[in-house]
Each structure stands twice: as C-alpha cells, then as structure tokens.
Design a binder for this molecule. Structure first.
Ligand code: NAD
Ligand code: LMR
Length: 325
C-alpha cells in the first residue's frame, strides 16, 4: 500500500460533495491501492450537516479511507493538501447566469487562494468547481503567488462530457467511441463546444453529422445544459458535476491517453491568441502531472469568432473582480 494522500474538499456538506466524497473514499480518483485522508471544509452553519456526512463516510467502512478531518478554517483544511477540490460556493437558481454569482462567491476564492499559498503541498493540484469557475480559479491563483499558476485549473470537464454524450447519442455510438471534442473558453453560456477535430469511430465528426445540427442544435444544447438541468431538477447538477470533478482531477494526476485529449480550464499560455493568464478552457494532454495545450489545430473563422466571444466574457468577468487580483 502507498502512503496516504491528503485531499481537501470545500463545501463538503453541499450537494456536489454528497456525491464526490463517496467516490473519493472508494478510490475512484487514484485507484484501489491509494489510501486517502480527507480534509473537509465548511462554514460554521453547515458543520452539523457535515458531521452527518462524516458518519455516513464512516458507515461505508471504505478500506482506503484512513482519516476524515473537518474544519471551518481553510488554513487547517489545506494543510499539506496534495489535491484540493474547491466546490464550496453559492449555486445559481432559475433565471440566473453563472456570472451573477461572481460578487457573492469571489471573496471565498481570494481567502482560499491565500490559505493554499501558505499551507498546501507545493505540488498541490487545485480544481475549482464553484461558479463562475474560471474567474474563481483566476482569483485563487492570483492570491497564491508562491504556487505556480499551473497548480490551478477550472472545471470544464462537465461541458466536455456533455459534448461527448450529445455527439455519441446523435450518432448512435458509445461515448467511448467519440474522441477529441473540444470545449473552448468559459464555463458559461458563451463556451464554444467545437466538433471540427472530433472523431466518431475514427471518422471526422462533421462528416457524420450535418453542419446545421452542429451549429443550431449541438452548440446551444451543450451551452445551455446546466440551465436545462436547473429547470428540470429545481437545483443545479450535482452527481454529474462530482463525476466530472473526479474525471478532470484523475486525468490531471494520472495522465491522458496518447490518442485522445480532454478540455480543461487552465491559465492561458497565449496559445491560439488567447490572452496569456486568463483561465480559459483548451484541449489539453497531461503527462507526468503537467498539462499542455494541444497545439497546431486548424481554426476556421467560425471557430475563431466563437473562441474570441468567450474570451471577451472572461475579460469582462476579470474586470468586475479586479480588486481581488
Ligand atoms: P450547495 O449549495 O449544495 O453546496 C455548497 C456548499 O458550500 C454549502 O454546503 C455551503 O455551506 C458551502 N460553502 C459556502 N461558502 C463556503 C466557504 N467559504 N468555505 C467552505 N464551504 C463553503 O452547492 P453545490 O450544488 O454543491 O454547488 C457548489 C458550486 O459548484 C456552485 O457554485 C455551483 O454553481 C458549482 N457548480 C459548478 C459546476 C461546473 O461544471 N464547474 C457544475 C455544477 C455546480
Ligand atoms: C452546470 O453546468 O451544471 C453547473 O455550472 C451548474 C449551473 O449553474 O449550471
């Protein structure tokens, strides 16, 4: 058995965590031979509910779960953290856009960035899920100057998985038979899910589906999926979000396959003309824990316009919280 890793989860009594924590305890992140110690962060009013979740974790008798610590102090929660899932933040309700959450949630990520900077493992991988995830990740990383910006990513895997499933369903194939979809930009209604480089059973996706389906149905479907779920469930996605968090962190830790890529919100290195430093979703591959953007893809005018539109929204969001950077 390996030495246990320290995994911090914020918002641990919330809806997403109610799926996420049990996946982590079961070894779904790093495999069946990697013990884990969970550090759970909540705000004081949610501590009683969190104690109930901890009782349930205990009742799983999970072989890999060595210890669970709970706290309302981010400096304790992030101490020695190897992995940090920043989930805790207000979710949106019906009629809201994710950026409407910026003002209420931004402060959380500046406080937590500072705490990560002080006490986390220097190689910590921080995945921001709380919305608006890209700009919250930007706030966190800018408040953690002693960590590398590359220690941070924003979750766009839910959008990526949605794109895979929509295309697979349209083509009547399994999602594992679809490769190389891309979600560019912000985790918001301006995101650009791109099929120009995607493959379905080895064939170019846009030779298999109509271009009109791609532009008029697929793109708005993926962009609006979060809203569609809120309208149906009365609250935002939780189990699929937890699943995406596990997928994104697992690929970041263990690597992506040679012949496929995934989408992750990462600090831009200037690729494809996207302003350096903005936390923007790109197609990426991961080797030895290091994320690199897939370079050299042909981008047509339609794609470029969409990529620029979502970049513009990220710049607007950054302007709103510039006092926290
Ligand atoms: P929730 O309201 O059920 O849970 C959030 C939890 O965070 C609550 O228990 C709350 O007490 C806690 N919290 C609030 N402030 C905190 C702080 N400073 N420190 C620690 N904990 C704190 O919400 P949820 O459904 O679990 O969603 C959480 C966030 O994830 C929301 O912002 C939601 O919009 C976002 N989300 C993102 C994606 C994505 O794809 N990026 C997907 C789904 C949801
Ligand atoms: C999602 O995409 O499901 C989440 O970001 C929740 C939301 O507000 O839509």
């Amino acid at each position: 058995m390996k030495t246990p890793v320290h995994i911090a989860v914020t918002g641990a009594a919330g809806n997403i965590s109610y799926s996420l924590l049990f996946r982590l305890a079961a070894g779904d992140l790093l495999g069946p031979d990697q013990p884990v110690i969970l550090h759970l962060l909540e705000i004081p009013p949610a501590m009683k509910a969190l104690q109930g979740v901890v009782m349930e974790l205990s009742d799983c008798a999970a072989p890999l779960l060595h210890r669970v610590e709970i706290t309302d102090d981010p400096y304790k929660a992030f101490k020695k953290a190897d992995y940090a899932f920043l989930v805790g933040a207000r979710p949106r309700g019906a009629g809201m856009e994710r950026k409407d959450l910026l003002v209420v949630n931004a402060e959380i990520f500046s406080v937590q960035g500072k705490a990560l900077n002080e006490v986390a493992n220097r190689n910590v991988k921080v995945l921001v899920t709380g919305n608006p995830a890209n700009t919250n990740a930007l706030i966190a990383l800018r408040n953690a100057p002693d960590l590398r910006p590359e220690n941070f990513s924003a979750m766009s895997r839910l959008d990526h998985n949605r794109a895979l499933s929509q295309l697979a369903e349209k083509c009547g194939v399994l999602s594992k038979e679809v490769k190389n979809v891309i979600v560019w930009g912000n985790h918001s209604a301006t995101q650009y899910p791109d099929l120009h480089h995607a493959e379905v059973k080895g064939a170019n996706a846009l030779s298999v589906v109509d271009y009109e389906w791609f532009t008029d149905e697929f793109i708005p479907k993926v962009q609006q999926r979060g809203t569609e779920i809120i309208n149906a469930r009365g609250q935002s996605s939780a189990a699929s979000a937890a699943n995406a968090a596990v997928d994104q962190m697992r690929d970041w830790a263990l690597g992506t396959p040679e012949d496929n890529w995934v989408s992750m919100g990462i600090p831009s290195d200037g690729s494809y003309g996207i302003e350096q430093g903005l936390v923007y979703s790109f197609p990426v591959r991961v080797t030895n824990g290091e994320i690199s953007v897939v370079k050299g893809l042909d981008i047509n005018d339609f794609s470029l316009r969409n990529m620029r539109a979502t970049e513009a929204e990220l710049k607007e969001e950054r302007e709103i919280i510039k006092n926290l950077l």
